[in-house]
Unconditional design. Structure first.
Length: 304
Protein backbone atom coordinates (compact mmCIF):
# COMPACT_ATOMS: atom_id res chain seq x y z
CA UNK A 1 0.00 0.00 0.00
CA UNK A 2 1.44 3.35 -1.09
CA UNK A 3 0.54 6.88 -0.06
CA UNK A 4 0.91 8.14 -3.64
CA UNK A 5 1.36 6.50 -7.04
CA UNK A 6 2.81 8.78 -9.72
CA UNK A 7 2.28 7.65 -13.33
CA UNK A 8 5.11 9.13 -15.40
CA UNK A 9 8.77 9.35 -14.46
CA UNK A 10 9.74 12.55 -16.25
CA UNK A 11 11.37 15.44 -14.40
CA UNK A 12 8.02 16.66 -12.99
CA UNK A 13 7.00 13.21 -11.74
CA UNK A 14 10.40 12.65 -10.12
CA UNK A 15 10.41 16.06 -8.46
CA UNK A 16 6.93 15.58 -7.06
CA UNK A 17 7.81 12.10 -5.83
CA UNK A 18 10.96 13.41 -4.14
CA UNK A 19 9.04 16.22 -2.42
CA UNK A 20 6.30 13.89 -1.17
CA UNK A 21 8.90 11.41 0.05
CA UNK A 22 11.62 13.72 1.37
CA UNK A 23 9.48 16.53 2.78
CA UNK A 24 6.13 14.88 3.54
CA UNK A 25 7.52 11.47 4.52
CA UNK A 26 5.26 9.57 2.13
CA UNK A 27 5.76 6.14 0.60
CA UNK A 28 5.75 6.84 -3.15
CA UNK A 29 5.64 4.57 -6.19
CA UNK A 30 6.70 6.05 -9.55
CA UNK A 31 5.70 4.06 -12.64
CA UNK A 32 7.43 4.79 -15.97
CA UNK A 33 6.55 3.15 -19.29
CA UNK A 34 10.00 3.51 -20.90
CA UNK A 35 13.19 1.77 -19.82
CA UNK A 36 14.60 4.79 -17.97
CA UNK A 37 13.28 7.79 -16.09
CA UNK A 38 13.91 11.41 -17.01
CA UNK A 39 11.61 11.86 -20.00
CA UNK A 40 12.83 14.48 -22.45
CA UNK A 41 15.48 15.70 -20.04
CA UNK A 42 17.06 12.24 -19.88
CA UNK A 43 20.82 11.76 -20.05
CA UNK A 44 22.84 8.86 -21.45
CA UNK A 45 26.40 7.82 -20.70
CA UNK A 46 28.47 7.01 -23.77
CA UNK A 47 32.20 6.32 -24.02
CA UNK A 48 32.87 8.07 -20.75
CA UNK A 49 30.78 11.14 -21.58
CA UNK A 50 27.40 12.22 -20.22
CA UNK A 51 25.18 13.35 -23.10
CA UNK A 52 21.88 15.22 -22.76
CA UNK A 53 18.82 14.38 -24.81
CA UNK A 54 18.97 17.96 -26.06
CA UNK A 55 20.21 21.01 -24.23
CA UNK A 56 17.62 21.25 -21.46
CA UNK A 57 18.15 24.61 -19.84
CA UNK A 58 16.49 25.62 -16.59
CA UNK A 59 14.46 28.79 -16.88
CA UNK A 60 15.06 31.30 -14.05
CA UNK A 61 18.10 29.33 -12.78
CA UNK A 62 18.43 29.75 -8.97
CA UNK A 63 14.90 31.23 -8.88
CA UNK A 64 13.34 28.25 -10.67
CA UNK A 65 10.92 25.66 -9.31
CA UNK A 66 13.64 23.03 -9.76
CA UNK A 67 16.01 25.01 -7.52
CA UNK A 68 13.30 25.41 -4.87
CA UNK A 69 12.55 21.67 -5.02
CA UNK A 70 16.21 20.73 -4.56
CA UNK A 71 16.63 23.32 -1.79
CA UNK A 72 13.77 21.72 0.14
CA UNK A 73 15.63 18.41 -0.22
CA UNK A 74 18.84 19.93 1.17
CA UNK A 75 20.66 20.40 -2.13
CA UNK A 76 21.66 23.73 -3.69
CA UNK A 77 21.88 23.52 -7.49
CA UNK A 78 24.94 25.25 -8.96
CA UNK A 79 24.57 26.83 -12.39
CA UNK A 80 26.68 27.86 -15.34
CA UNK A 81 25.66 31.14 -16.96
CA UNK A 82 25.41 30.86 -20.73
CA UNK A 83 27.16 34.06 -21.71
CA UNK A 84 26.05 36.19 -24.64
CA UNK A 85 23.44 34.73 -26.97
CA UNK A 86 23.80 35.16 -30.73
CA UNK A 87 21.60 34.85 -33.78
CA UNK A 88 22.70 34.10 -37.33
CA UNK A 89 20.29 36.42 -39.10
CA UNK A 90 18.81 36.22 -42.62
CA UNK A 91 21.89 38.00 -43.99
CA UNK A 92 24.11 35.25 -42.55
CA UNK A 93 25.78 37.59 -40.05
CA UNK A 94 26.07 36.82 -36.33
CA UNK A 95 24.28 39.44 -34.20
CA UNK A 96 23.71 39.68 -30.46
CA UNK A 97 20.38 38.12 -29.46
CA UNK A 98 19.29 40.53 -26.72
CA UNK A 99 18.55 39.06 -23.28
CA UNK A 100 19.04 42.29 -21.26
CA UNK A 101 18.07 45.98 -21.66
CA UNK A 102 21.70 46.89 -22.40
CA UNK A 103 21.89 44.36 -25.24
CA UNK A 104 18.70 45.75 -26.81
CA UNK A 105 20.49 49.08 -27.19
CA UNK A 106 23.58 47.53 -28.80
CA UNK A 107 22.26 44.69 -30.98
CA UNK A 108 22.32 44.98 -34.77
CA UNK A 109 19.35 42.61 -35.05
CA UNK A 110 16.80 45.40 -34.52
CA UNK A 111 17.00 48.78 -36.24
CA UNK A 112 17.23 51.83 -33.97
CA UNK A 113 13.95 53.15 -35.41
CA UNK A 114 12.07 49.90 -34.70
CA UNK A 115 13.66 49.68 -31.28
CA UNK A 116 12.58 53.18 -30.21
CA UNK A 117 9.13 53.25 -31.82
CA UNK A 118 8.05 49.63 -31.27
CA UNK A 119 10.55 47.50 -29.36
CA UNK A 120 11.12 49.35 -26.09
CA UNK A 121 7.42 50.35 -25.67
CA UNK A 122 6.38 46.71 -26.21
CA UNK A 123 8.99 45.44 -23.73
CA UNK A 124 7.81 47.95 -21.10
CA UNK A 125 4.17 46.92 -21.64
CA UNK A 126 5.21 43.26 -21.43
CA UNK A 127 6.80 43.81 -18.03
CA UNK A 128 3.79 45.62 -16.54
CA UNK A 129 0.74 44.26 -18.35
CA UNK A 130 -1.87 41.56 -17.81
CA UNK A 131 -1.47 39.09 -20.67
CA UNK A 132 -4.34 36.72 -19.91
CA UNK A 133 -6.57 38.30 -22.63
CA UNK A 134 -3.95 37.25 -25.22
CA UNK A 135 -3.88 33.57 -24.28
CA UNK A 136 -6.13 32.68 -27.21
CA UNK A 137 -4.32 35.00 -29.64
CA UNK A 138 -1.54 33.58 -31.80
CA UNK A 139 1.88 35.24 -31.84
CA UNK A 140 1.41 35.80 -35.58
CA UNK A 141 -1.85 37.72 -35.04
CA UNK A 142 -0.40 39.68 -32.10
CA UNK A 143 2.63 40.81 -34.15
CA UNK A 144 0.35 41.87 -37.02
CA UNK A 145 -1.89 43.78 -34.61
CA UNK A 146 1.13 45.64 -33.18
CA UNK A 147 2.56 46.31 -36.64
CA UNK A 148 5.82 44.52 -35.83
CA UNK A 149 8.12 43.70 -38.75
CA UNK A 150 11.78 43.31 -39.68
CA UNK A 151 14.38 42.34 -37.10
CA UNK A 152 12.00 42.99 -34.21
CA UNK A 153 9.53 40.47 -35.62
CA UNK A 154 12.35 37.94 -36.06
CA UNK A 155 13.35 38.55 -32.43
CA UNK A 156 9.83 37.72 -31.16
CA UNK A 157 9.70 34.75 -33.53
CA UNK A 158 12.81 33.26 -31.94
CA UNK A 159 11.62 34.10 -28.42
CA UNK A 160 8.40 32.18 -29.08
CA UNK A 161 10.28 29.30 -30.71
CA UNK A 162 12.76 28.89 -27.86
CA UNK A 163 10.46 29.56 -24.90
CA UNK A 164 7.55 27.47 -26.15
CA UNK A 165 9.42 24.99 -28.34
CA UNK A 166 7.17 26.01 -31.23
CA UNK A 167 8.57 27.81 -34.29
CA UNK A 168 5.09 28.13 -35.84
CA UNK A 169 3.80 31.62 -35.00
CA UNK A 170 0.30 30.72 -36.19
CA UNK A 171 0.11 27.98 -33.49
CA UNK A 172 1.94 29.62 -30.58
CA UNK A 173 0.06 31.59 -27.89
CA UNK A 174 1.00 35.27 -27.57
CA UNK A 175 -0.30 35.31 -23.98
CA UNK A 176 1.96 32.43 -22.97
CA UNK A 177 4.97 34.05 -24.64
CA UNK A 178 4.36 37.43 -23.02
CA UNK A 179 3.75 35.89 -19.57
CA UNK A 180 7.04 34.02 -19.83
CA UNK A 181 8.87 37.16 -20.97
CA UNK A 182 7.29 39.11 -18.11
CA UNK A 183 8.66 36.71 -15.52
CA UNK A 184 12.13 36.79 -17.10
CA UNK A 185 12.08 40.60 -16.99
CA UNK A 186 10.95 40.63 -13.34
CA UNK A 187 13.32 37.90 -12.14
CA UNK A 188 16.30 39.21 -14.10
CA UNK A 189 17.24 35.64 -15.06
CA UNK A 190 16.48 33.94 -18.37
CA UNK A 191 17.91 30.42 -18.67
CA UNK A 192 20.89 28.70 -17.09
CA UNK A 193 22.41 25.23 -17.23
CA UNK A 194 22.93 23.05 -14.12
CA UNK A 195 26.63 22.59 -13.43
CA UNK A 196 27.48 18.93 -14.01
CA UNK A 197 24.35 18.43 -16.11
CA UNK A 198 21.06 16.81 -15.17
CA UNK A 199 22.43 13.53 -13.89
CA UNK A 200 23.02 14.76 -10.28
CA UNK A 201 19.47 16.15 -10.15
CA UNK A 202 17.90 12.90 -11.30
CA UNK A 203 20.07 11.00 -8.83
CA UNK A 204 18.94 13.22 -5.95
CA UNK A 205 15.26 12.74 -6.79
CA UNK A 206 15.58 8.98 -7.35
CA UNK A 207 17.55 8.41 -4.13
CA UNK A 208 15.01 10.42 -2.12
CA UNK A 209 12.06 8.44 -3.50
CA UNK A 210 13.77 5.09 -2.97
CA UNK A 211 14.43 5.68 0.75
CA UNK A 212 10.96 4.36 1.50
CA UNK A 213 9.34 4.06 -1.90
CA UNK A 214 10.00 2.57 -5.31
CA UNK A 215 10.57 3.43 -8.98
CA UNK A 216 9.54 0.91 -11.63
CA UNK A 217 10.53 1.35 -15.28
CA UNK A 218 9.22 -0.55 -18.33
CA UNK A 219 5.86 -0.56 -16.55
CA UNK A 220 2.66 0.38 -18.39
CA UNK A 221 -0.41 1.44 -16.40
CA UNK A 222 -3.55 0.09 -18.06
CA UNK A 223 -6.21 1.64 -15.87
CA UNK A 224 -6.87 3.88 -12.88
CA UNK A 225 -8.84 1.94 -10.26
CA UNK A 226 -11.81 3.93 -8.96
CA UNK A 227 -14.18 3.57 -6.01
CA UNK A 228 -16.95 6.07 -6.55
CA UNK A 229 -15.23 9.30 -7.52
CA UNK A 230 -11.96 8.47 -5.74
CA UNK A 231 -8.86 6.93 -7.29
CA UNK A 232 -7.69 4.02 -5.14
CA UNK A 233 -4.81 2.68 -7.24
CA UNK A 234 -3.72 1.56 -10.68
CA UNK A 235 -3.90 -1.67 -12.66
CA UNK A 236 -0.60 -3.05 -14.03
CA UNK A 237 -0.50 -6.42 -15.81
CA UNK A 238 -3.87 -7.33 -14.33
CA UNK A 239 -2.71 -6.53 -10.78
CA UNK A 240 -4.24 -3.78 -8.63
CA UNK A 241 -1.64 -1.64 -6.84
CA UNK A 242 -3.35 0.37 -4.13
CA UNK A 243 -2.63 3.92 -2.99
CA UNK A 244 -4.34 6.79 -1.18
CA UNK A 245 -3.97 8.93 -4.29
CA UNK A 246 -2.89 8.69 -7.93
CA UNK A 247 -1.10 11.47 -9.83
CA UNK A 248 -0.92 11.44 -13.63
CA UNK A 249 2.32 13.20 -14.58
CA UNK A 250 1.90 12.71 -18.31
CA UNK A 251 1.80 14.94 -21.40
CA UNK A 252 -1.72 16.31 -21.81
CA UNK A 253 -2.39 14.44 -25.08
CA UNK A 254 -1.77 11.12 -23.32
CA UNK A 255 -4.15 11.76 -20.41
CA UNK A 256 -7.38 10.55 -22.13
CA UNK A 257 -5.94 7.00 -22.22
CA UNK A 258 -6.17 6.83 -18.42
CA UNK A 259 -8.73 9.40 -17.31
CA UNK A 260 -11.86 7.82 -15.76
CA UNK A 261 -15.14 7.99 -17.65
CA UNK A 262 -16.53 10.50 -15.17
CA UNK A 263 -13.97 13.13 -16.24
CA UNK A 264 -15.53 16.31 -17.63
CA UNK A 265 -15.93 15.87 -21.39
CA UNK A 266 -14.63 19.35 -22.28
CA UNK A 267 -11.37 18.69 -20.42
CA UNK A 268 -10.87 15.34 -22.17
CA UNK A 269 -11.49 16.99 -25.55
CA UNK A 270 -8.96 19.74 -24.77
CA UNK A 271 -6.37 17.07 -23.96
CA UNK A 272 -7.12 15.21 -27.17
CA UNK A 273 -6.62 18.35 -29.26
CA UNK A 274 -3.25 19.13 -27.66
CA UNK A 275 -0.27 18.47 -29.91
CA UNK A 276 3.17 17.57 -28.58
CA UNK A 277 6.25 19.55 -29.53
CA UNK A 278 9.26 17.77 -31.01
CA UNK A 279 12.79 18.49 -32.05
CA UNK A 280 15.80 16.99 -33.78
CA UNK A 281 19.04 17.04 -31.79
CA UNK A 282 22.55 16.54 -33.20
CA UNK A 283 25.40 16.25 -30.67
CA UNK A 284 29.00 16.86 -31.71
CA UNK A 285 32.03 16.08 -29.58
CA UNK A 286 34.82 18.47 -30.62
CA UNK A 287 38.51 18.01 -29.90
CA UNK A 288 39.24 21.73 -30.04
CA UNK A 289 37.45 25.06 -29.86
CA UNK A 290 35.95 26.18 -33.18
CA UNK A 291 34.54 29.56 -32.14
CA UNK A 292 35.05 32.37 -29.65
CA UNK A 293 31.32 32.37 -28.93
CA UNK A 294 30.42 30.93 -25.54
CA UNK A 295 26.63 31.18 -25.38
CA UNK A 296 23.50 30.04 -27.18
CA UNK A 297 23.49 30.46 -30.95
CA UNK A 298 20.18 30.80 -32.79
CA UNK A 299 19.62 30.32 -36.50
CA UNK A 300 16.72 32.12 -38.13
CA UNK A 301 16.41 30.04 -41.28
CA UNK A 302 15.44 27.43 -40.31
CA UNK A 303 14.49 28.62 -36.84
CA UNK A 304 16.84 26.64 -34.59
Amino acid sequence: MYDTIIVGGGSSGLQLGALLSGVEGEKVLVLEKSSRVGGRANVVEKEGFIVDYGVHLIRFGPKSAISRTCRMLGHEVQYNALGTSWVFDIDGKAKVFPTSPKQFLSTRLISKKDLLTKGLPLILKTKRGDHSPCMGTTVDAWLDEKGVSGGLRRYFHMVSASMQVCPFLEKSSAGEMLTNMQKVLKEGVSVMYPRGGWKPLFQLWKDTIKRQGEIRTSTTVKKIAMEGDHAVGVVVDGELIKADRVVLSLPAFKLPELLPQETEASFVETCRKTRPTAGIVLDYGLKERVSDMAGLCYLYDPVS
